[in-house]
Ligand binder design. Structure first.
Ligand code: SAH
Length: 346
């Protein structure tokens, strides 16, 4: 299999170009084509000599992330993309417009093996990891398609990013490369179901990205019923890794809490959550659970959500309710891919 040129760091690319017997400025030109101009083909790199383009294409490839389908929300303009990869796997990404700029939610894996019970991405397990180039491809294709610049990235689509650690960190470094898209580390959020070793490793990377933890329950007993990973790692261990991340990076932590009607949405749950997070520099993001047909979970009503928010606020916890963008377009993780896969099997 040819190597993925989009996944190479600038240093690695220079080294490859040197091995081709070329001057280092050629590496800069090619990096610029790949990461600033989003080239999809070596032949578009017109200032690169034809012979070098040919040599490159014998060993390396720009793996495609091709737009298969786009659903545009009539309510808020959110766009949900379905992309096809070189091996015909399908992945989803979402483009959202916020007051502070455009944001893209990328997938980090095809499928997922974490098994969270409310999530549509995990029902058929993990198919494979995405490469750094395929992660970047989602952003570059969306910028091309919308003609708009993307300033914020959330690694919150299908997959567990810390289960694809090396490719995800490579993706972040490439996104922030000063000769590429130049995103600021602070505009990137990585969301994890809570793998303590991964969190502690991430802490050492020296990246100023925001860490979001999918907490979803105020205690281990309830968390285990939603998230199999909670059987491996108790909340105390995960929170201690998050604290260590905060101590090193100074980045305020985000906790995601999906509200499930009658399960984790009571005032007692809110009180328990408040004491769990007391004293942490953090922010809680409440997400009324997005019903996925098979699992039978339903979200609480608006009033219950507001009451839950109030209770946390009274206990001095920063809290927001996630804007429900794109609910009319299979907005929840993995739902569009699942629908299309099912239809193609039918
Ligand atoms: N694996 C990572 C990132 C992908 S999931 C993680 O667990 O954080 C992104 C977020 O969406 C997580 O907080 C996840 O728990 C949540 N999520 C998935 N399906 C959902 C649903 N049906 N309703 C509400 N939130 C959901």
């Amino acid at each position: 299999m040819k190597e993925d040129i989009r996944s190479l760091t600038r240093g690695e690319l220079s080294e490859r170009i040197r091995l081709f017997g070329e001057k280092s400025f050629r590496a800069d030109q090619i990096f610029d084509w790949l990461h600033k101009k989003s080239a999809e083909d070596f032949d578009t790199m017109l200032n690169v000599p034809k012979a070098l383009r040919k040599a490159l294409s014998t060993e390396l490839m720009i793996y495609p992330v091709s737009k298969e389908l786009v659903q545009i929300s009539k309510k808020d303009g959110t766009r949900k993309y379905l992309f096809r990869l070189y091996d015909d796997n399908l992945i989803e990404s979402v483009f959202m417009r916020y007051e502070h700029g455009n944001s893209v939610c990328v997938s980090s894996q095809v499928g997922c093996r974490m098994g969270c019970r409310f999530c549509a991405s995990t029902t058929e397990g993990l198919v494979r990891n995405l490469t750094a180039g395929e992660l970047l491809g989602q952003v570059y294709e969306i910028e091309r398609d919308t003609g708009e610049r993307v300033g914020n990235i959330v690694i919150m689509g299908a997959g567990e990013p810390l289960d694809n650690y090396d490719n995800v960190v490579r993706f972040i470094r490439l996104l922030c490369d000063e000769k590429g898209r130049r995103l600021s580390e602070r505009s990137i959020t990585l969301s994890t179901c809570g793998l303590p070793e991964g969190i502690l490793r991430l802490r050492e990377e020296g990246l100023a990205i925001t860490l979001a933890l999918s907490l979803h329950a105020p205690n281990d007993e309830k968390r285990k019923r939603l998230m199999p990973i909670a059987n491996r790692y108790p909340i105390a261990e995960v929170l201690s890794a998050c604290k260590a991340y905060y101590d090193q990076t100074g980045r305020r932590l985000t906790f995601e809490y999906s509200l499930v009607r009658g399960f984790n949405d009571s005032m007692e749950d809110a009180a328990e959550l408040s004491s769990l997070l007391k004293g942490l520099n953090c922010h809680v993001n409440l997400i009324p659970v997005n019903p996925v047909r098979e699992n039978g979970f339903s979200p609480p009503g608006r009033e219950e959500v507001l009451a839950f928010q109030n209770k946390l606020e009274k206990n001095h916890i920063n809290v927001t309710i996630r804007r429900e963008l794109g609910r009319d377009i299979d907005g929840a993780c993995g739902q569009l891919r699942r629908r299309v896969l099912k239809e193609s099997k039918a």
